[in-house]
Design a protein around this ligand. Sequence first.
Ligand code: MSP
Length: 521
Amino acid sequence: MNSQPTKRFYLTTAIDYINSRPHIGQAYEKVLADTMARFQRALGVRTRFLTGTDEHSINIFRKAREQGLEPKVFCDQMAKHFQEMCTQIGVTHDRFIRTTDADHVETVQELIRRIHKNGYLTTGTYEGWYCPSCEAFYAEEDLADGKCKIHDSIEVEWIKEKNFFFKLSAFQQKLEQLLREQPAFVEPEIRRNEVLGKLRSGLQDISVSRSSLEWGVPFPPEICAEHQVDRQVVYVWFDALINYATGVDVFKGNDLSDLWPADVHIIGKDIIFFHCIIWPAMLMAADLPVPKQVFAHGFWLSEGKKMSKTAGNVVDPIEIIEQYGSDAFRFYLLSECYPGNDGNFSRTALNSRYTDLLANDLGNLLQRTISMVAKYLDCKTPALNSKVLTTQDQSLIALFSKTFDAYIPQMHSFYFNEAIRTAWTMIKQLNKYIADRQPWALAKAEDKTELHNVLRITLEGIYLSGVLTLPILPEAASRIFEQLGVSLPNNPLIAYQFPRLLEGHVVQKAEPLFPKLELDA
Ligand code: MSP
């Protein structure tokens, strides 16, 4: 667990295949990354956040053909849905990369040149059944009566392709050493153990080009010529992984380049082999530093079952956002489980989180406090008289610092669910404090000192709630500051000191943060 903020932070998500519309798993990954990016920025860290789309897959090529479109035209249409999803979730990426972007194509070719120069590319033969209409290889068991299942009117051909191979096996020991010396390279531990297991079973060299496909990044032509190999395109995973290097202009030697290596690649647990074995080996082969960490999150089930189109239980992130708002969507995903574990999407749980934690605990706290400040104090933030604090006042003030101190390391180490629990323990205490101290009764007293103290401490607690929820509930947090009448604080997570508000500051109109849900019966 790293609780020391670094001065720069480069984080990425996996880049999505875009052959169909975005799903909740892809949305979740962006929520995780965006929460970390916002957290780092609030710590005053120079942050770069990359997300995007993986466009050279055979499925995309096929889907475009089915629709009679050029693959790039199809990609342009589909990429828009993914960009729109990012906007709807409130994702604050610095770049949305597409593997069809010209600078990415250049980076892929340059990295391959370096790997080649260092002697880690060889040529070899790749053999298999080939369907010319699919432009894909098939294993014997993938065929039906010896024919392609999609194109059964044409004969499949036995193809023997001369391809480039990456000498992955040469990195066995170096990768073992990496995992030994940099144990946090793969998180959580269960995934590190899987990677270690894979390493122990031995690594094979992998084919990294295709001569039968036309959709992809061209393999550097001079390398093809040198090895007397016909034109090839780069294997889609080799191409896609390099997006992380393109995202910071790794070969350009500019202001962004010094952000390499990445601090964390956030990915799903299904693609750890590519990220924790192939990718660091590619970087080692090109003499580039490897990322500091790969964080592999779990998978979302839907109402206890694997999500699939056939089961009809696929959760559409956009539909949820339209119904509950993006903050509630983020909050639910983040609060439900530790990201390293699998999650189970359930409407019942989502509804109760919304109503109990967001609308009641946080929303009501803000609304009734602001209303009382308006009613009893003419909207003005009261003074604090620290000479007459009760034990309960003092312990609540102490809880503020304790909460802040517990929250920071939880956020650093992706324990977002725990950080939410930490913040909500304080929020619940603030509600209890109001119930116990009854400002409406204190307002009747001649001496208003106690009323002022209670409302001031509550306002301070609300301010801190806004600070702590800034990476998680960005819209609600900014509305909290708006209603408190203060501007969005600059780098508020660097340190916490009580008090943070100013006496006499005017609060704004009380508005519900999370309106009552209108759900279909
Ligand atoms: N294009 C590759 C990644 C290349 S990264 C250099 C890919 N794309 S994907 O669209 O299939 O998946 C994108 C991300 O979503 C992956 O990290 C994947 O693990 C994640 N998820 C896909 N389904 C998921 C769930 N049901 N739940 C959570 N995340 C899931 O893989």
